[in-house]
Design a protein around this ligand. Structure first.
Ligand SMILES: Cc1cc2nc3c(=O)[nH]c(=O)nc-3n(C[C@H](O)[C@H](O)[C@H](O)COP(=O)(O)OP(=O)(O)OC[C@H]3O[C@@H](n4cnc5c(N)ncnc54)[C@H](O)[C@@H]3O)c2cc1C
Length: 308
């Protein structure tokens, strides 16, 4: 049986100093009326705020300076993200690119992909969507039918992606496509591609939610040409790539801090003389957050030590 251990992490002095800086920045932006703190703020899309984060060095924090990054530690990055989420800041425009797409490009992209795309992400001007799900391929992602066929100098991609959050406002997406016919191993024969959403052969259509809001899209690729150097991680490596990418999506503080503003608001409404039941519930939520935070900072510590 595998044993999970979440060793406690002591934040180093530079990370503590950075926390004060980020808090000050968020407070100034709120005071200026640039945004109103909200829950689930990592889905609030605000390119101006992202650009300011880029100028302050809060995006691509761990990446090499050569590609616009800042060569900071995983724990410093953690502190910035934690403050942004807890403060309800609108980080949605750059969130996906910073959290996973940029990392995929840095680790598995060509030199052209790295040198042209990563600096834009780090500057808070290059945004990404996730092109995994399809109309008949949700939980069962290995059933993707989007097809990439080899042509001179690259690949011709056709198919439909769905639930593509924010693709109507982003510059790129990373698409998972089938590059060879299904084999016995249904996880073989898939490949990830960087798709530039401003180029021909791609159209983005809105899917409105029950409230009439527009976050989701359907993205139709119809003979989209992706050059060979926009393949990530090698042809046929798609399954390994998406599962690795999802690990970055799920290990950070995003999910449990999404509702932190709600907790603050509940405490404000309940006031300083809570009845026994309210005090109990607030205590329960705070205990959950403290435990999840310890696990999540511990994961950041493991990333820092290279234990992954
Ligand atoms: C807020 C949000 C944002 C999203 N953004 C993106 C995005 O940007 N890009 C992207 O690619 N995707 C995105 N998705 C899609 C998401 O990650 C899932 O892939 C998708 O929602 C699941 O597929 P489906 O809706 O087709 O459901 P299905 O796969 O059809 O599942 C329907 C139900 O059947 C159950 N089920 C499925 N298979 C089995 C099984 N074998 N045994 C038992 N039960 C089963 C599921 O648990 C579920 O309850 C987003 C989803 C949400 C909710």
């Amino acid at each position: 049986m595998h044993e999970f251990r979440f060793e406690p992490v002591q934040l180093p002095a530079p990370a503590q100093a950075l926390r004060g800086e980020v808090r000050e920045f968020i407070a100034e932006e709120v005071a200026k009326g640039a945004f109103t703190p909200c829950s689930n703020s990592w889905s609030s899309f605000d390119p101006d705020f992202s650009r300011k984060c880029g100028e302050r060095g809060y995006i691509g924090m761990r990446w090499p300076k050569q590609y616009g990054g800042h060569e900071r530690s995983a724990l410093e990055r953690y502190v910035v993200n934690e403050e942004m989420l807890a403060g309800g800041a609108p980080v949605g425009a750059h969130w996906i690119a910073d959290r996973q797409s940029g990392h995929q490009i840095l680790r598995y992209g060509s030199e052209r992909a790295k040198s042209t795309i990563l600096p834009k992400i780090a500057a808070g001007t290059g945004f990404f969507a996730i092109g995994m799900s399809e109309p008949d391929s949700g939980s069962d992602l290995a059933a993707v039918r989007t097809r990439a066929t080899q042509v001179e100098g690259g690949w011709n991609i056709s198919g439909t992606k769905v639930w593509t959050s924010n693709a109507h406002q982003t510059n790129y997406l990373i698409a998972l496509a089938r590059t060879s016919a299904k084999e016995e191993d249904r996880h073989a024969g898939m490949t990830q591609f960087v798709v530039d959403l401003s180029r021909p052969g791609v159209s983005v259509r809105p899917i409105y939610n029950l409230y009439g809001g527009h976050d989701f899209n359907e993205v139709v690729l119809d003979g989209y040409f992706a050059a060979d150097d926009m393949v990530l991680g090698g042809v046929g490596m798609g399954w390994k790539m998406v599962t690795g990418e999802l690990a970055f999506e799920r290990s950070g503080p995003d999910r449990f801090l999404s509702t932190f503003q709600l907790l603050l608001e509940s405490i404000r409404v309940i006031g300083v003389q809570p009845d026994a039941r309210s005090a109990n519930e607030i205590g329960r939520f705070v205990a959950h957050i403290a435990t999840l935070r310890r696990m999540s900072t511990s994961v950041a510590g493991m990333l820092e030590r290279g234990a992954w």
